[in-house]
Design a protein around this ligand. Structure first.
Ligand SMILES: Cc1ncc(COP(=O)(O)O)c(C=O)c1O
Length: 382
């Protein structure tokens, strides 16, 4: 099926776009001041952003700001001490960014199927993939809905396997009253253009084991100990391969400004999310991807539905100037992952592949927009 007739929608007065970047109004002034000052690259604002983030989301865990969510994921895989040939279990359904860094490192990817109701990694499927060579499990809180963390933490502990949460969608989400970012060995976040808020590009990594903090900071910056270098000491050896994965002070300025507004950002997104949920509650033809599990508090990044006539519905919505999309695609459709999926079956992913569709949730969507979109979906879904 071609979607040539559905180009990215123009930013015009009429209609509702699928995504819109959130930038704090304070940032124009604050970035202007930053541009006139000394620190543009990694400087004091990065420390400030990390501290603010830690207080809000990471409890006592270490917090490392990076250049992107993908940088954070790669850093987490390195810090988990994963080596070429190690087995890593991950979800078949996610942004390719979750799984591509595994290819940088020559890891053996074991794809797990997803749960039909939540589109998160299916715990039963994970259990079947565990072998003596399994070194890590990566879960993605799809759309902002936490995975089954009790189960995943239990599996990780029992088998001595590192658990890594890709929380790019799940800023502000909670599990058992605890913020995502304060639960497992590693959690990664993204501040790319269309996330809850953006720093242009940017990411965060939270780490449970404090002993890894210095190493994380070195690997983020070529393998060099920055503090020692800034003291003018050149004796320190570079003994690990590092990367250039740091955040800039310009990005951190945007991050600090938006973090001050985060409670409001999240509340609005959750309101839009709940409006859709309510709109579809009585319609058996529109299944909302969600979970009634009270342990899970949704981060409301995406609202996804499951319908019989996805393509037709997408077109009808576009005729009414509503932009929708599938956003992420199953990773086994991409050639780079083909060698890991030969002969493997993903029945839940097969079932959902042509049925799911993401509706607009962002700060410019109003409750009346969501009700209007809800009515259109109810009218056109089959
Ligand atoms: C699930 C998931 N993981 C990771 C990323 C990568 O984040 P970034 O674009 O900041 O590298 C994204 C999206 O961008 C994502 O959706």
């Amino acid at each position: 099926m071609s979607f040539k007739d559905l180009p990215i929608m123009a930013d015009k007065k009429k209609g509702v776009l699928l995504f819109y970047p959130y930038v704090s109004k304070k940032s124009s002034k604050n970035i202007k001041e930053k541009l006139a000052g000394r620190w543009l690259g990694q400087g004091p604002m990065v420390d400030k952003f990390e501290n603010k983030f830690k207080k809000k989301f990471a409890n006592k865990f270490s917090v490392i700001a990076t250049g992107s969510g993908t940088d954070s994921l790669h850093l987490a895989y390195i810090l988990a001490n994963l080596k070429k040939g190690d087995e890593i279990i991950t979800t078949i359904f996610t942004c390719t960014a979750t799984n591509i860094p595994m290819l940088y490192m020559g890891l053996k990817i074991k794809f797990a199927d997803i749960d039909v109701k939540t589109m998160n990694i299916d715990v039963k499927s994970v259990k079947k993939l565990i072998t003596k060579k399994t070194k890590a499990i990566v879960c993605v809180h799809y759309g902002g809905l936490p995975c089954d963390m009790d189960e995943l933490l239990k599996i990780s502990k029992k088998n001595n396997i590192t658990l890594i949460e890709d929380a790019a969608h799940a800023l502000g989400a909670k599990y058992n009253g605890k913020t995502i970012g304060s639960l497992s060995d590693f959690s990664t976040f993204s501040f790319q253009a269309i996330k809850h808020f953006t720093t242009g590009d940017g990411g965060m990594l939270t780490i449970k084991n404090k002993k890894l903090e210095d190493k994380a900071k070195r690997i983020r910056w070529f393998g060099i100990d920055r503090k020692k270098k800034q003291q003018g000491i050149w004796k320190n050896d570079v003994h690990e391969i590092g990367y250039k994965y740091q955040m800039t002070d310009i990005a951190a300025t945007m991050g600090c400004d938006s973090l001050d507004e985060f409670d409001r950002i999240l509340k609005h997104r959750q309101k839009i999310y709940n409006t859709y949920l309510e709109e579809f509650s009585d319609n058996s033809k529109v299944l909302s991807i969600h979970d009634d599990d009270k342990k899970k508090e949704h981060g409301a990044w995406l609202f996804t539905i499951n319908v019989n006539n996805k393509d037709e519905l997408q077109r009808k919505l576009r005729q009414n100037s509503i932009e929708t999309n599938q956003v992420h695609f199953r990773n086994d459709r991409y050639s780079i992952f083909k060698k890991f999926v030969r002969g493997k079956k993903f029945p839940n992913m097969d079932y959902l592949e042509n049925r799911y569709l993401v509706l607009p949730v962002h700060h410019k969507v109003t409750v009346s927009d969501a009700k209007y979109i809800g009515r259109l979906v109810n009218k056109f879904a089959k």
